[in-house]
Structures are given as structure tokens and as C-alpha cells.
Design a protein around this ligand. Structure first.
Ligand code: KG4
Ligand code: ZN
Length: 332
């Protein structure tokens, strides 16, 4: 069984091949030029996907020693994401499926992230808790098997990665914010400023916009960014990072106590954060849970997770028709 997966939901074009259960290619082309604009520009993203998707498919097939006609299943991300960007990958996949007369599966990007731990040697064991933390989403889910997925909570405003990106911009550290904040925080004092963690009525929901405003107010109280020395900025970065990770860990701990799970999996771009990895691992050990955090290649957006998710759906008897539409938002 050969699966071709295509991911174009945001600013990474990615193509992967899974051959008889083995990942033989996971090519990722990142649109670095967005950093010049301080964030992703949707129209430029679509154009870049359009230029790179075909050569990337060719390279992935070559790398896997697979011919077009050998493919059994073609999959692409259908949403959530930027609509123009999604259209490129989804339409490409549908066209290929039509011309080769091969099965097609439309994949939900978040479900791709949820099961990305299965791309690792040590895989999650069902039932598991998945914390999806990316630039666009923050969700806590109970995953019983490949079909039964229950959302416990999500962010009511900004996503965790979005908060990293916005605060990084505010501190003049650049884009994407997560790695920049983490780097700055390495030399900072996380206990210098006590930023607040939102307490919400719903036990598993998150909120990060108040925290972002608290950082902004703090900077303003100091007379603006120009009045802060390098050490002070590092301390703010470290204190902010600590507050985000504390909020994530607090909800995760609550869920571990309430649901009888075997594993915990932290996925999405923010799962690359070393403080989050450290705290989540400590927590999982405390409750005797297996912890699976995919390696960097599978944490950010990638097509390997799309191909894998497509295969699990296919094996459950699910394929899609070629009139499948892309969707920008999560709840569609
Ligand atoms: O999953 P992803 O690659 O794309 C989306 O689907 O959003 O996640 C990107 C997000 C960005 O907001 C980025 O700042 C964040 O992940 N990120 C991090 C780190 N590396 C990437 N956040 C915190 N710490 C990191 N080391
Ligand atoms: Zn993502």
C-alpha cells in the first residue's frame, strides 16, 4: 500500500510517501519570506504553494522509488487553514486522483497533528490525551481510538503559538515567535515577573489574550521597549514562557486526573518548546503515563502526519468523493 500525502494549510508545502507502513519521504518546504511581513500573508502563501507542490511531489516519489501509477491512495489537508493555501494542495490531490483513478482521502489538519505521535518509534497507546498546540490552535482531546476523538477544551481566544508570536513581536524578537522567545528565555529569570494565568469556568479551556495584554501593559509601564535592556527583555520572555507552559500543564494535569489514559501526546509547533517538553514529561511520569512528543520534523506542519491519518481513515473504510470542499475553520 502506497500513500501520497500533501499538506498546504499554512506556510509549509509538504509532501510525504508512506510505503507499506514505512515513511519513505517527508519533504517540507517552508515559506521563510513571511518573516519580512511579521506574519503569514495568505495570498503570497497560496502562490508559493502553487509553485512548489508539483516539483515536491516529483522529488518525494523519486526519493521513495515510487512511480505515479504505483500510488494507491492520495491524501491532502482539507482544513482548517488558509482557504487559498488549502485549495492548492486539495485541488492538486483531487486532480491526481481523478487522472490516475486512485482513491482520495481529505484529511483534517488537527487530526493529522493528533496522530503525529504514531510517526515515532515509541507510539501513543490508546486511550490517550492529546494536547494540540500550534500557531492556529490549542486543544485538549481524549483519543480513544482512530475514530473516537473527544474535544475536552480549546482556547477561547488566541492559540498558544499565536501568543508566542504576538509577544515576540511586541518584544522586538521577530517571527516566528516560539523559537525566538525560547532562545531569549534561556538567559532570563522566569520568576522576575508574575504574569497571570487565566482561570476559566470550563475546566479544560485556555485563554492567552489576557496574558499577551499583561505583557504589553508591563512593557508600557517600563516606558516602552526602548527603555528595556537586553536582560530585562530576556526576563520578560522567560516569565511569559513560564506562564504559557504553566497554563497548558495545569489543564493537562486536570485531564490526566479525570480520565483513565495510558499515554499523553503533545503535538503541534509549540510541542517543540523545551520547557513544555520538560514539564509534560515530569507530569506524565508522575501519573505513570507514557509520553510521546514527536520529533521536530513531525511537530510542525508536515505531510507525513497527513499521509498517516489518511491511511488510518482508509483502513477504517473511509474515502472521500472528489467534490470535497476545503474549510478554513475547525468546526466544520
Ligand atoms: O504547527 P505549526 O508548525 O503551524 C500551525 O499549524 O500553526 O505551529 C507553528 C507555531 C508558531 O506559532 C510558532 O511560534 C510555534 O509553533 N513554535 C513554538 C516553538 N517552535 C515553534 N512555540 C514555542 N516554543 C517553540 N520552541
Ligand atoms: Zn499545524
Amino acid at each position: 500500500m502506497i500513500v501520497l500525502g500533501i499538506e498546504t494549510s499554512c506556510d509549509e508545502t509538504s509532501v510525504a510517501v508512506i510505503k507499506d507502513g514505512l515513511l519513505t519521504a517527508n519533504l517540507i518546504s517552508s515559506q521563510h519570506f513571511h518573516k519580512n511581513f511579521g506574519g503569514v500573508v495568505p495570498e503570497l502563501s497560496s502562490r508559493a504553494h502553487l509553485q512548489i507542490v508539483n516539483p515536491l511531489v516529483k522529488s518525494a516519489l523519486e526519493k521513495s522509488s515510487v512511480k505515479l501509477e504505483d500510488i494507491d491512495l492520495i491524501a491532502a489537508t482539507a482544513g482548517p487553514g488558509l482557504i487559498g493555501a488549502l485549495l492548492v494542495g486539495l485541488t492538486y490531490a483531487k486532480g491526481l486522483s481523478l487522472s490516475l483513478n486512485k482513491k482520495f482521502v481529505a484529511v483534517n489538519h488537527i487530526e493529522g497533528h493528533i496522530f503525529s505521535g504514531f510517526l515515532m518509534e515509541e507510539k501513543p497507546e490508546f486511550p490517550f490525551l492529546a494536547l494540540v498546540v500550534s500557531g492556529g490552535h490549542t486543544l485538549l482531546l481524549l483519543v480513544k481510538n482512530f475514530i473516537e476523538i473527544y474535544k475536552l477544551g480549546s482556547t477561547v481566544d488566541d492559540a498558544a503559538g499565536e501568543a508566542f508570536d504576538k509577544v515576540s513581536k511586541l518584544l522586538g524578537l521577530g517571527y516566528p515567535g516560539g523559537p525566538k522567545i525560547q532562545k531569549a528565555a534561556e538567559g532570563g529569570d522566569a520568576f522576575r515577573i508574575n504574569f497571570p494565568i487565566a482561570e476559566l469556568k470550563e475546566p479544560y479551556n485556555f485563554s492567552f489574550s489576557g496574558l499577551k495584554t499583561a505583557v504589553l501593559r508591563y512593557v508600557q509601564q517600563q516606558g516602552g521597549i526602548q527603555n528595556l535592556d537586553e536582560q530585562h527583555i530576556k526576563d520578560i520572555a522567560a516569565s511569559f514562557q513560564m506562564a504559557v507552559i504553566k497554563a497548558l500543564i495545569q489543564k493537562l494535569k486536570r485531564a490526566i486526573k479525570s480520565f483513565d489514559v495510558k499515554s499523553v501526546s503533545i503535538v503541534g509547533g509549540v510541542a517543540a518548546n523545551s520547557l513544555l517538553k520538560e514539564k509534560a514529561t515530569e507530569l506524565a511520569y508522575e501519573f505513570n503515563n507514557k509520553i510521546v512528543i514527536p520529533r521536530l520534523e513531525f511537530c510542525g506542519d508536515n505531510a507525513a502526519m497527513i499521509a498517516f491519518r489518511a491511511q488510518t481513515l482508509f483502513e477504517s473504510g473511509i474515502t472521500h468523493k472528489l467534490d470535497y470542499k476545503p474549510y478554513p475553520a475547525l468546526d466544520e
